[in-house]
Design a protein around this ligand. Sequence first.
Ligand SMILES: Cc1cc2nc3c(=O)[nH]c(=O)nc-3n(C[C@H](O)[C@H](O)[C@H](O)COP(=O)(O)OP(=O)(O)OC[C@H]3O[C@@H](n4cnc5c(N)ncnc54)[C@H](O)[C@@H]3O)c2cc1C
Length: 498
Amino acid sequence: MADLSGGGEKFDLLVIGGGITGCGVARDASMRGLKVVLVERDDFASGTSGRSSRLIHGGIRYLEHGQLHLVYESIRERQTLLRIAPHLVKPLAFTWPIYRGARVGRRRLSAGLFAYYLMSGGRTRKHSTLSASETLEREPGLERTGLTGGAVYYDACTDDARLTIANALAARQNGATVVSHARVTEILREAGKAVGAVMSHQLSEVTNSIRARVIVNATGVWTGQFDAGKAPRRGHGSKGAHISVPRTRVGNRDALTLISPVDGRVMFCLPAGSQAIIGTTDDWTEESPESVHASVADVDYLLRAANAYFPDAHLTRADVVSAWAGIRPLATAASSNPTAVSREHSIVSDGSGMIHVTGGKLTTYRSMAAEIVDQVQKSLGEDLDRAPTDSVELPGAERDAEIARLQREDARLADPLVPGLPHTGAHLVYGVSKEMAQTLSDLLIRRVHLAFETLDHGASVAVRAADIVAPLLAWDDQTKSARVREYRQDIERIFAIG
Ligand SMILES: Cc1cc2nc3c(=O)[nH]c(=O)nc-3n(C[C@H](O)[C@H](O)[C@H](O)COP(=O)(O)OP(=O)(O)OC[C@H]3O[C@@H](n4cnc5c(N)ncnc54)[C@H](O)[C@@H]3O)c2cc1C
């Protein structure tokens, strides 16, 4: 981890926030040759970027709202990410069942999917329409009554946290200084101009300052905290909750796009190993982004949809393996209906040396980052070429082979941490040595998704995990106990329902 304790180093660019936006900006700017420092308060992807639906998608539902530009950009970016991160972004087929009287009927869906296909310039596998029996062949557990047909179309899925981390790693490989678990507590100003920041290292309690010519505020829903001379304001946000339930109970074979029986919103049922993830809700929220979690009402809303489409599921709250929520940082709040608000972004240069970013989505982070760094260059008065971020592969392709090697070298590292799940000690060792993990939450929530996949969210393996990584992180017994305690607090906060 970078040592900035001297505090004297001057950077071209300070990026605050290690979500997908900040990590994407740091990668792009460092590839252009700028001297960059990225500072994340907690772990990379510990905010909204680790709570998404994990889809890299054209956003078929944005067609309904006439956001053609966003659909076009998203489809292009989906294709780019499939190319530059084949180890992290995979094609995914979606079945969309249609029922009599549905808000989106067969004709409308076919027209939408055709537009979706055309916008990909023919580079996506073509969708097909299905009869009712063909739809049931793909998804035999679906409700039969009223089913008139369906369609199958193609998008992509990812590991949101590891896509974010891959960008942070790429930035580091390109010379950026990349720091996690360090909170920016103050912007340093001279003659009204932002010239640097004070940061407080959360794990060591050391505080130091850094100087930078330009600062990008990429703190997502926390964006209002650095408004000069104003009380902190919260970014506009809409809460989205997900639940995971045993896939055998739902009975879905693949991914489905569904219309909520409650309010007609588009939602998803997604395969995730032995589980099905159902999401998401979409409601304006006043909840603090630090403590946002799924409510009982969120869980019931999602269960109601799953039970309506899969009548044999009979899911109750007791079947929920985990439930979590994130807040979408939306650039505008013009509508009372958050679903109708554009997922486009805004980049505002405040004239004092700070550029504030809000909105966007995981899918379009790369093109958004390029736009932000263009703005950074303008502020710096530099004339650099755009970086080839759309053709250089993201790091991490060697992960599986490296983990297999660790397991061969030490058989104890091949034991599953939880029976039936693929995560082993080798995944943790790799997370610490190659993926900048520093705490148990970094490891069990974001380097692997064990916390999402177990009823106790990994509480029972925390001590074993701590024993495995303690020598690598130089944890003594006291630190180990503190890290286990903090992990238990984190999972209580993130996975609470209520
Ligand atoms: C429920 C849900 C589902 C979604 N699904 C999808 C999807 O399937 N596909 C898609 O494309 N998009 C999806 N999105 C949108 C996408 O997840 C977000 O647009 C994106 O993750 C936002 O990234 P960000 O970097 O702007 O914010 P964040 O990921 O929140 O990053 C901001 C970071 O700033 C850090 N920070 C805050 N204050 C400080 C400070 N003082 N010092 C240092 N660091 C600080 C935080 O810790 C945080 O890590 C979804 C969003 C939600 C909520």
